[in-house]
Design a binder for this molecule. Structure first.
Ligand code: CA
Length: 86
């Protein structure tokens, strides 16, 4: 992973995270996804993304889970994230 994609991932984590819980929940993902240009993603898309990354099954993404997920999803969402690149 390059340092610039680390930075993007970190920025996304901060934007999507539930600041009280310190993790990304379905609610925080839904609330903040428009900030990332993901407003066209349906509830099912967002839920699928959450489930795909949730390795320990607690229904939320911690920092590590999110980083792994972003690495895997990056090719799919790069277009939406162009606003953050560069
Ligand atoms: Ca989890």
């Amino acid at each position: 992973m390059s340092s610039s994609s680390d930075k993007t991932t970190h920025l996304m984590l901060e934007l999507l995270m539930d600041s009280d819980k310190g993790v990304i929940t379905f609610e925080s993902l839904k609330k903040n996804s428009a900030l990332l240009g993901l407003q066209e993603w349906s509830d099912n898309d967002l839920y699928g993304m959450l489930k795909e990354g949730d390795f320990d099954g607690d229904g939320a993404l911690n920092q590590m889970e999110f980083c792994v997920l972003m690495f895997r999803l990056k090719p799919r969402i790069d277009g939406s994230l162009s606003v953050f690149v560069g």
